[in-house]
Design a protein around this ligand. Structure first.
Ligand code: GLA
Length: 375
């Protein structure tokens, strides 16, 4: 099925946005923390044509559920399914005062779904960039403008889809650059490119997709976020960004470990960035390991498959390994010397088979460029 077959004309263009891997700084983007994602090569691609009315026609080659309606039909909870991520972006841009009209859209390719690699943000951001260009909003060409687009994508996800996620994934998709990770300060929204080129150091970031489908909207994510907000309120602070470990120790027993994760994770991001800026990439492994331990024990968002992926990778020679993304399934990452990739991948697959888990998908990822028009 082509755009022409569906809509009877050619698209005005094609836009693509990448998925992301978060190197470190997990579950801190809604606590005004620091995170360090990078864009991956896998992209979501949308073909789009502007319409001269207010109708939206949305189709995907990757997922069921075509949607057709008016912009006025879009709002909290509507449309459901993947179409909400696209329609929500137009809704959010309009609510922010931008003049956008209807579109015909076909999703022709996608970042792997449910793998914890932010396929939803990639969909939002590719659509946002298309809409920006087709309606002449003038946002896609500058960093400040892209931050505005990212905010609309976050609003689509929070307000229309109803997933209370932070802004890391959208910032990564729109602002990341090849050969770098993106240091994102979610307190003031600023971002800085940090040199991150594993291949130059003889290393590979392996992504181990457990193929246990992760769902953000299932309640656990919202519970963690609520606990973190409650902890900040109990300390009389706007967020846990500035909290110290001494202050955290005064919290109630159910909140303390959650808050401790936030505070220690932000510190680990700072240390990681210091090492990367100093060209000492090979030394970040223990920080990745500590991040995973904190997510597994203090934050309790890991899973048996993610834990096994990390331990098996370490035993087979990874410099460090951790879950990445929201958790409860999805993917883990391992920083691996290039000469160990094949043996390590075999070892992880064997460990999964022994445990009776589904065979994981394993691939290397290079820090790639952010969203762009492709034709
Ligand atoms: C998901 C959310 C992000 C972030 C991560 C955890 O990917 O979309 O905003 O909170 O989980 O770091």
């Amino acid at each position: 099925m082509t755009f022409r077959e569906l809509y009877g004309r050619e698209p005005d263009g094609r836009w693509a946005a990448p998925g992301r891997v978060n190197l470190i700084g997990e579950h801190v983007d809604y606590a005004q923390g620091l995170c360090l994602p990078f864009a991956i090569a896998e992209r979501t691609v949308v073909e789009v044509a502007a319409r001269d009315d207010d109708r939206l026609r949305l189709r995907s080659l990757a997922e069921d559920g075509a949607w057709e309606g008016a912009l006025a039909d879009v709002g909290p909870g509507s449309p459901g399914g993947w179409a909400g991520y696209v329609a929500g972006v137009l809704w959010a841009l309009r609510r922010a005062g931008h003049r956008v009209g209807g579109i015909d859209l076909l999703v022709t390719d996608t970042v792997p779904l449910g793998a914890g690699l932010s396929s939803s943000a990639a969909l939002e951001c590719s659509a946002a960039l298309a809409v920006d260009e087709l309606f002449g909003l003038g946002l896609g060409g500058s960093i400040a403008g892209r931050r505005t687009l990212a905010a609309a994508c976050v609003s689509a996800e929070n307000d229309v889809v109803g997933a209370a996620t932070g802004g890391m994934d959208q910032a990564a998709a729109l602002l990341a650059t090849a050969g770098h990770a993106l240091l994102l300060d979610t307190r003031d929204g600023t971002a800085r490119a940090v040199p991150f080129a594993p291949a130059a150091d003889g290393l590979v970031v392996l992504v181990i997709d457990t193929r246990v489908r992760h769902r953000l909207a299932d309640g656990q994510y919202g519970k963690r976020r609520a606990a973190v907000e409650k902890a900040a309120a109990a300390l009389g602070m706007p967020s846990l960004r500035g909290a110290t470990l001494d202050e955290i120790r005064t919290l109630a027993a159910d909140l303390m470990p959650r808050a401790r994760h936030i505070v220690t994770e932000i510190a680990r991001v700072r240390e990681t960035v210091m090492l990367l800026d100093a060209g000492r990439l090979r030394e970040i492994g223990p920080l990745l390991d500590a991040s995973h331990a904190s997510l597994a024990h203090d934050y309790e968002v890991s899973s048996a498959e993610l834990d096994l992926a990390c331990t098996a990778a370490r035993e087979a020679g990874a410099l460090g390994a951790r879950m990445t993304g929201g958790g409860f399934g999805g993917s883990a990452i391992a920083l691996v010397p290039v000469e160990r990739v094949a043996a390590l991948s075999d070892a992880v697959r064997a460990a999964f088979a022994d445990a009776g888990f589904r065979a994981p998908h394993i691939r290397g990822e290079e820090p790639s460029a952010g969203a762009a028009r492709v034709s």
